[in-house]
Design a protein around this ligand. Sequence first.
Ligand code: GLN
Length: 559
Amino acid sequence: MPTRQGPTRHLIITGGVVSSLGKGIACASIGRLLINMGYRVKIQKLDPYLNIDPGTMNPFQHGEVFVTDDGAETDLDLGHYERFLGVPCTKGSTVTSGRIYQSVINKERAGKYNGGTVQVIPHVTDEIKGTIRGITGPDVDVVISEVGGTVGDIEGLPFMEAVRQLRHDVGRDNVAFLHLVYIPFIKAAGEIKTKPAQHSVQKLREIGLVPDFLLCRSEKPLAKGVKDKLALFCNVDLDKVIDLPDVPTSVYEVPQVLIKQNMAEVLCRRLGLPVKPCDMHAWDLMVGHIKKPKDTVKIGLIGKYIDHQDAYKSVTESVDHAAFSHLLKAEIIRIESESLEKDEHWVDKLKGLDGILVPGGFGKRGFEGKLKAIRYARENRIPYLGLCLGMQAACIEFARGVLNLAEATSVEMNEKTPHPIIVAMDSQKDVIAAGNLGGTMRLGAYPCTLVKKGSKTSKVYGNVEVVSERHRHRYEFNNAYRAQFEAAGLQFTGLYIPDPSQPEKSLVEIVELKDHPYFLATQAHPEFKSTPVAPHPLFRGFLGAAYKHKTGEAAAVSA
Ligand code: GLN
């Protein structure tokens, strides 16, 4: 392992003016540049809200819940981090105020503070600093910490104070502060305004933080005069005022935008790290594919949170990654599953799709609509990809449509069904009864053995024997129905086999319909492992099949 030159360096990223500016994308893009220079990077999100983790939060409010290999339910920004960096995050990559306070209170109850008065400063701030420094190690050159929220938020103050103190603890030269602000364009005046950014920097200074870099989010690139003004009034060197205008095609262009402004070099100099060549070859190639697709395919995403832009973020990203790799553009048509239940012309919504995807989900609402879409895909030989609930639903649809078990369903939807195709996992029964919902699902990575040589499943995975995928579920396929399904043409191509001497204890991980162009569904969440430079095999296979459905030809394969 190459040794690091000097101590771990820290990058702290805060946000100002408004939220939803893409701070996570900016952090991840900076991380990508450092990795392309050969540095070893870890990245984490500090979230000031009081939930212990986002696992119990409604996707309508907070977007998707991202899951790590080690089973943490996290903010979707960790998805951006993994997609840009290609480095798996861990439980330590995410921390909320809830978790910090829980830990402080547990210590207090255990008498760890020797009877002292427990306070925000120093106890909460020490806990935060411990968490930030906790993910460093001899194999880490740079730690990037994104502070969630906007400067001025009351709940963010302990985090701001902790990162202020960090500069003292690890040495001024080893920490750089980056502040991401919004620079609005006022249409009526025809002018770009820097005042909100100036005020935001003032707000930071009030609490003792002085940004080294100003990352400026705007609709259009900033004129030189605007940058000069920001440098002067925000007290930031001109070469550290970085322009982040909206990118025309894809967020994956952001690292290129940064490199054009010499950000990699300026950052290294600020942190006292050797400036190394930044190898953008693979990244540039990928962005080139995004910009020049040869054809388009229509993919129907059948879900119940489709109005929230980010509720299926990793799924839509994975579809895009697979599309780029075939030199295609995916047109993702979001279809509210409930609308398929109510609308008598529901078939019209599915006509013309080249592929149908049912992602993960919970509860009854919209479930019957998902089943309708799956039946349509099965009967009309349209490529289908089912993820988690999308696999459970595919099995239920097969039971109803092929095995004629009209009342078949999951016990999640009807506890008293005569045909419980999907049942609660043994390990989950007590948890469900107790209503103990936070962090208690079957979470994180488990191995899946690909048991059917020659199946499409094995083929798309490159004929390996075992794969590892991430999970987040409480229910599983009921093994009592396996033989009946298999005899009728639904194959179980991937199994989790905890004990080979007890095959009845294996868990169905992947199913595949025989005699269908592409009908694959998995209990796992492969969308959490796709990156733009390494698209996930199940999605690649799906997009390839969608293109074949559209044109009758095999899709291209990128270099
Ligand atoms: N609700 C189903 C279960 O808990 C599926 C979960 C999911 O799709 N993530 O098993």
